[in-house]
Design a protein around this ligand. Structure first.
Ligand code: 13P
Length: 285
């Protein structure tokens, strides 16, 4: 069942694991793991992949994967400031966009998210925003250094002004590999969660120790994104599989192995989400 990201967040009993899929094997591996473990999930479409050769086919493949699943699955166009790109992805059936104005001045970020929300509403789709930039490349692990953290007071104002469905935060997380052991700042995360009344998302989850991911979920993270770890597993398996002698030029076997390796990697994050209770709901009076 293809669903908006907001619907998937509501349907999930824990945080929603979200995985960047550049290939059919990755999409297949992620969906297989999600279905085996019964976890509503989100397939992420990298804007670089969508903009490149075969991008529309990839988007349609992720949409078809969500459609054919018995679970609520969202398909999200990840990080972009390009409203035309968002529109093109929404026309193909994605159910969420990430309007990432985190490198823009505050007012321009607000304006981008408002425009994206107006657009997404026409498709019943959801919008994720980002305040406080998460450094690093989304397609390449460069060992980026941690940047400035999201300001909790600014976060409250931002949410009031543009009301996204979800907000990505910078609290010591980076995209790609970490140059040293990551240390999320839980004090800042707590203050953001107290002041900004919405679901938070954690980007750059590859490489963050499980205990810290669990604590982030306990403090208000409702969605977490994984890309680098799935790329690492895929490429390391592919390097091995395609290096062995293959006199019959057989392709299906190696591709099935890539699906299997992706399934195993995605499953470990899905199990982590399942083992991480959300904050207790406030008592009704
Ligand atoms: P990693 O590549 O660090 O796992 O981050 C993924 C991500 O945040 C995609 O938006």
């Amino acid at each position: 069942m293809r669903r908006s990201l907001a619907d998937v967040l509501n349907a999930a009993t824990g945080a929603v694991p979200s995985f960047t899929c550049y290939t059919l094997e990755q999409a297949s591996g992620v969906i297989t793991a999600a279905e085996r473990l019964g976890a509503p999930s989100c397939l992420l479409l990298a804007p670089s992949a969508f903009n490149g050769p075969g991008g529309a086919l990839l988007a349609s493949c992720l949409v078809a994967a969500a459609d054919s699943s018995p679970l609520p699955i969202a398909v999200q166009l990840d990080h972009t400031t390009d409203l035309d790109l968002m529109r093109a992805a929404l026309d193909l059936g994605v159910t969420a966009v990430m309007a990432d104005g985190s490198k823009l001045p505050f007012a321009d970020n607000v304006e981008l998210v408002c425009a994206a929300s107006e657009l997404a509403a026409r498709y019943d789709a959801s919008v994720e925003a980002e305040l406080g930039h998460v450094p690093g490349s989304e397609d390449r692990a460069i060992g980026a250094k941690v940047g400035a953290f999201t300001d909790p007071d600014l976060a409250a104002r931002f949410v009031e002004l543009c009301q996204p469905d979800l907000m990505a935060v910078a609290v010591g997380n980076v995209h790609g590999t970490y140059p040293s052991e990551p240390r999320l700042d839980f004090t800042t995360l707590t203050r953001i969660a107290e002041r900004a009344d919405l679901a938070l998302s954690l980007h750059g989850t590859s490489g963050i120790p499980d205990t810290q991911v669990r604590q982030a979920i306990r403090l208000g993270v409702k969605k977490f994104n994984v890309n680098t770890e799935l790329r690492r597993v895929y490429l390391e398996s592919a390097q091995h599989l395609f290096n062995v002698e293959n006199k019959g030029f057989e392709l299906l076997g190696p591709l099935r192995q890539l699906i299997q390796r992706t399934d195993e990697a995605a499953a470990s994050f899905i199990e982590l989400a399942a083992a991480s209770p959300l904050p207790a709901a406030p008592l009704e009076t």
